[in-house]
Design a protein around this ligand. Structure first.
Ligand code: NDP
Length: 263
């Protein structure tokens, strides 16, 4: 039996085991996907091999550690510097980032977009900014504090903190902060948030499973929006495809994983 897991801290809330196990079970694939609570990211590689894993997903806060643990990093993960999917290939640990392409797939329903405002400057904001630029959507990165903005400045993105931000028009507003995850905070002071939402075409919160204060405010502006469920689904579909060495078509994995969301 092939073994897969998700590494994270915390990890008990993760829906990934349900999503992947449903695909394995339905397609009669001899595989099992578990959760691994990992506190020290520097041990990730050793734990991966000790458990005899064939692949893994990685969530907060270990995506940069996972990048460092790889023998080879492929695709957009190289530019992002963070890995959320690990696959064992001929004894080597290969790293990918399916968050980026998963997010891009999830925003297709908004139609043509040219500009985006990304709230937050953590690992998710990095993945999103790189994939948006790759698809010719220009992102601006807005964060509460300045220290995490250096990566974006070094990579040629426009950035601002709450203090230096001058609101302009953006097609889509994306919350990648953890504001609203376990509190009632807005990701941006309300007057600034209201100002950018009043000119936007839509909004996305990468947090899933709840309507955050950000999305409540988006609703008040009567804008189309999504929470992070579609991104979660799309990144999972891409990861499953990689776990199975691309032997099962994405068009088969997608509806199965989507079905698992109704459980
Ligand atoms: P990080 O810890 O790397 O970054 C968090 C960011 O949030 C920082 O920029 C931080 O700002 C900002 N922040 C935190 N609290 C507040 C607040 N109260 N007000 C304003 N800004 C705040 O996190 P990640 O980028 O890894 O993850 C962010 C979120 O994305 C998580 O909720 C995670 O669950 C979700 N996610 C969802 C996915 C999906 O599939 N739907 C996939 C990946 C992530 P500062 O620098 O000032 O501290």
């Amino acid at each position: 039996m092939k073994l897969f897991t998700i590494f994270g801290d915390p990890v008990k809330h993760s829906r990934s085991p349900l999503m992947h196990n449903f695909v394995f079970k339905t397609l009669h694939i001899d595989a099992c996907y578990t959760r691994t609570h990992l506190i020290d990211g520097s041990t990730l590689r050793d734990v991966f091999f000790e458990k005899g894993l064939s692949g893994a997903n990685v969530t907060v806060p270990h995506k940069e550690a996972a990048y460092a643990a790889c023998d080879e990093v492929r695709g957009i993960a190289r530019a992002i510097g963070a890995v959320n999917t690990l696959v064992l290939e001929e004894g080597k640990l290969i790293g990918y980032n399916t968050d980026a392409d998963g997010f891009y797939a999830a925003i297709q329903s908004f139609g043509q977009l040219s500009t985006a405002l990304i709230l937050g400057a953590g690992g998710t904001a990095r993945a999103l900014s790189i994939v948006l630029r790759h698809h010719e959507i220009t992102p601006m990165i807005l964060n509460r504090s300045s220290s995490r903005l250096h990566y974006f400045e070094e990579n040629g993105f426009a950035t601002a903190t709450w203090d230096t931000f001058v609101p302009m028009d953006y097609d889509i507003i994306i919350n990648t902060t953890s504001a609203g995850l376990s509190d009632d905070a807005f990701p941006l002071p309300l007057p600034l948030l209201s100002s950018v939402l009043s000119k936007a075409k839509g909004a996305v919160d990468v947090i899933y499973g709840k309507k955050t204060p950000f999305l409540e405010e988006v609703s008040r502006h009567v804008l189309p929006y999504k929470d992070g469920s579609d991104m979660l689904l799309e990144q999972g579909v891409l990861a499953n495809h990689l776990f199975l060495h691309q032997s099962i078509p994405l068009t088969l994995i997608h509806p199965l994983m989507q079905q698992s969301f109704s459980f």
